[in-house]
Design a protein around this ligand. Structure first.
Ligand SMILES: Cc1cc2nc3c(=O)[nH]c(=O)nc-3n(C[C@H](O)[C@H](O)[C@H](O)COP(=O)(O)O)c2cc1C
Length: 177
């Protein structure tokens, strides 16, 4: 057994999302992508959806155009979602506040990582559940299509409407206890 399979086992896409949901509601999870210079970048996300479309298992993440991650995902066409269970609070706080445009968050936080097994974007070795995704589609929200006025007022007072990135799930890894 190599070091990776000692640490992780492969699971079905649908297993484990209840725990992801819990962590999304706590301090969030890491969305990782790579910029055009090949530098990895991590940002914290609090929203994600899991489901099926185009007969593919999908993970949907919502990223505002102002985030550096937006540029990175469009470049790398891949992303990973890395879920720590009730730990890495400091790192999640930092990645939810600082932009990869100004700071190399991987270096600053000394994040331990390795290349994904199915995608070339890194996965965070200290996380408990990891999704490797390949971009299928991008849908940009437009104001006219937000049908609840309270959602528009609360989340988009200054525009910057999210892009919805649909990622085909290529692999899901669960840390062995
Ligand atoms: C708990 C938490 C959840 C967040 N969720 C999202 C999200 O789902 N989508 C988004 O665009 N930004 C979200 N953010 C904001 C980004 O993480 C933040 O702007 C980050 O600095 C962007 O980094 P980047 O510019 O390197 O991409 C969240 C921040 C926190 C603290």
């Amino acid at each position: 057994m190599n070091a990776f399979s000692q640490r992780f086992r492969r699971i079905e896409p649908w297993v484990g999302f209840a725990e992801v949901q819990k962590q999304l509601q706590r301090q969030g999870v890491f969305l990782v992508s790579v910029d055009e210079k090949g530098r990895p970048n991590a940002m914290t996300i609090g929203w994600a959806l899991l489901g099926t479309a185009w007969y593919q298992p999908l993970l949907l993440v919502l990223v505002r155009p102002s985030r550096y991650t937006h540029t990175c995902i469009l470049h790398s066409r891949e992303f990973t979602v890395n879920v720590p269970f009730g730990k890495m609070e400091k790192e999640l706080g930092f990645c939810g506040e600082k932009s990869g445009r100004e700071v190399d968050k991987f270096q600053e936080l000394r994040l331990r990582w390795e290349k994904g097994r199915e995608v070339s974007v890194p996965i965070l070795t200290d996380c408990d559940l990891i999704y490797e995704c390949r971009l299928v589609s991008r849908v940009d929200l437009v104001p006219d299509h937000i049908l609840q006025e309270e959602v528009r007022a609360r989340y988009y007072p200054r525009g910057d409407l999210h892009s919805l990135f649909f990622g085909e799930i290529k692999a899901v890894w669960r840390a062995r206890q």
